[in-house]
Design a protein around this ligand. Structure first.
Ligand SMILES: O=C(O)CCC(=O)C(=O)O
Ligand SMILES: [Fe+2]
Length: 558
């Protein structure tokens, strides 16, 4: 051991392996990598050497046992020129097992992982301490190791800071670009002629111009080919910028962000934190909100005031593209509703908007009964004013929704489509404004439902749980939705059941601006409990994936 000749001979690979594993467990990663690699390499070379000196046995040789013996001796002699005597000894079954299951590679992959981290750490240190000899040696050693590449020698300090600076610069550019695009868009409003009925005065014309300018926010926030705008386009960019900046910059951006949402709790908490971090230095000019954002928000608020004045006093219709009081929230999902493809969204309409539609429905309610003498197709204890009665209203409702939502009923389609993420398109199949009123004096001991349990696109057969996809069921309906308009009544809860139609799995209490969406198929049997007092109004909507079944009435009136 130790002679120059013996050091060039192949070492026992089991010994190298054990040493490597020992280094591994003591966390000496570079030594572990070296030894483990060596053991694998040695085992492979050993096999090659032995193969080289093995002469194929012929049948004749086998007769001459002597010859076999001689060959073995020859092999030992020849290989002995390359291999140390101990390495010629057979290895233990443990080692056979280890190599058979490729366990050395398992140790190696962890070792390499550690080494890559070590390479980065060593390099990071070395950048600041170029005369540190030991570190230089380490780096050289890491470089020679298999599995360690140039990419592993990263300056972690440098990378870390430059990433954030770059990100902040890019987000700042984004904010500026958005502001610029909005300005460009606003200029176009002035150039483009405003379409107005002839009898409208000059007030409406300027309001119209204002409204056009105001829509620039959504226009700029809508990516090409998309129908809906990205929500909170500008504030979102400010939020990103805020995260990427250092404390002073972040404070400035946070204050800009607070111009949009002055009562946002997270922002206010952060503000407090920055105040504490910066001690007294919070009033310096560089920590004030960006002037362009201040002007932008102030101008927007002023314009909004004028527009709302027009809505209230001049019968001007305007929908705020960034209205803060219409924020749609997901109130219930599949999990809460114990089912598949069910959702309850809130805030799709404001009280005022619900009232407008209810008013339209009330005006026409006096027209009469549309069910051939029957009060309701479902129960004798309620009156039911459906589409037949409210056909005239339907046109108004759609018009009203168009003004309110830009896209009319289609806006709900977009909303549900984006929630359920169905890959195919959705078309409005049918809409139905329905009010159910309790018949006073007939509610005592009532056991029936306002709307019996049913599935919207097939006929559920009681007892067998089969759902037949055949007429008179509206078999092409794929997605159902109900938009509720009021809550001043008793009863009238929507409920979902299991396929057995008996086990209730979820209940939804109607209220203004609540939109329930669910797939129309047999996973969603549903019904409505008795309306015991008052009048319950809802707009039922059905959608189809088949363009062919799109509602011709809707298209004709929109
Ligand atoms: O009004 C509701 O809540 C549900 C109505 C319904 O299920 C239907 O009309 O098919
Ligand atoms: Fe239904």
């Amino acid at each position: 051991v130790g002679s120059p000749q013996s050091s060039s001979l192949l070492q026992p690979y089991d010994f190298l392996y054990y040493s490597g594993v020992r280094a591994y467990f003591s966390g000496d990663w570079s030594r572990a990598a070296e030894l483990l690699e060596k053991s694998i390499e040695t085992k492979q070379t050993l096999l090659k050497v032995q193969r080289n000196y093995t002469v194929r046995d012929s049948l004749w040789d086998l007769w001459l046992l002597d010859g076999v013996q001689q060959k073995a001796e020859c092999l030992r002699f020849c290989t002995g020129r390359h291999i140390t005597p101990t390495a010629q000894l057979p290895v233990s079954t443990d080692i056979d097992y280890e190599f058979g299951t490729r366990n050395p590679y398992n140790f190696l992959q962890v070792t390499y992982y550690k080494l890559q981290k070590a390479a980065a750490a060593a390099h990071t240190y070395f950048v600041a301490n170029p005369s540190h000899l030991e570190m230089r040696n380490n780096i050289e050693k890491y470089r020679r190791m298999e599995g360690v590449t140039d990419d592993d020698f990263q300056d972690r300090e440098h990378e870390a800071s430059s990433d954030w600076t770059q990100a902040a610069e890019k987000w700042k550019a984004c904010v500026n670009e958005t502001l610029r695009l909005i300005e460009d868009c606003r200029v176009l409003c002035e150039v483009a002629p405003q379409h107005l009925p002839e009898d409208r005065g000059v007030d409406t014309l300027s309001l119209s111009l204002l409204s056009c300018r105001h829509y620039c926010v959504t226009q700029v926030a809508t990516r090409p080919g998309r129908i809906s705008a990205q929500e909170d386009h500008l504030p979102t960019q400010l939020e990103h910028l805020h995260i990427a900046q250092d404390v002073k910059g972040a404070l400035r951006t946070l204050r800009s962000l607070l111009m949009f949402y002055p009562s946002d709790k997270d922002s206010l908490d952060n503000l407090q934190l920055y105040y504490e971090t910066l001690g007294g230095d919070t009033e310096s000019p560089e920590t004030q909100p960006a002037q362009e954002i201040v002007s932008y928000v102030q101008r927007s608020l002023q314009e909004k005031k004028l527009l709302y004045f027009g809505v209230e006093n001049l019968d001007f219709s305007f929908t705020d593209p960034v209205s803060s009081d219409v924020g749609v929230t997901i109130t219930m999902d599949d999990e809460v509703m114990n089912g598949t493809n069910r959702v309850v969204l809130d805030g799709v309409m404001t009280e005022k908007e619900c009232d407008r539609i209810l008013h339209l429905a009330t005006v026409s309610a006096s027209v009469g009964d549309g069910y051939g003498g029957r009060r309701s197709p479902h129960t004798p204890h309620e009156t039911f004013e459906g589409l037949t009665v409210l056909r005239a209203v339907k046109v108004c409702v759609e018009k009203f929704l168009s003004a309110m939502w830009g896209g009319g009923i289609s806006a709900f389609r977009v909303l549900l489509h984006s929630y359920f993420r169905s890959p195919s398109g959705l078309f409005i199949s049918f809409t139905h404004l329905v009010c159910r009123s309790a018949v006073a004096g007939e509610q005592e001991g009532r056991l029936d439902l306002s709307h019996p349990v049913h599935v919207d696109n097939c006929l559920l057969e009681p007892g067998t749980n089969q759902c037949w996809k055949e007429p008179p069921a509206f078999i092409h309906r794929d997605l159902s939705a109900v938009l509720y308009l009021n809550d001043n009544f008793e009863g009238g809860e929507l409920f979902f059941t299991n396929r057995d139609t008996k086990t209730i799995t979820a209940r939804v209490k109607p209220s203004c601006g609540r939109l329930v969406g669910f797939s129309s198929g047999p996973v969603n049997p549903h019904g409505v409990t008795a309306v015991n007092s008052g009048r319950r109004c809802a707009l039922a909507l059905w959608f189809t994936k088949e363009k062919l079944y799109g509602d011709r009435v809707s298209t004709a009136t929109s």
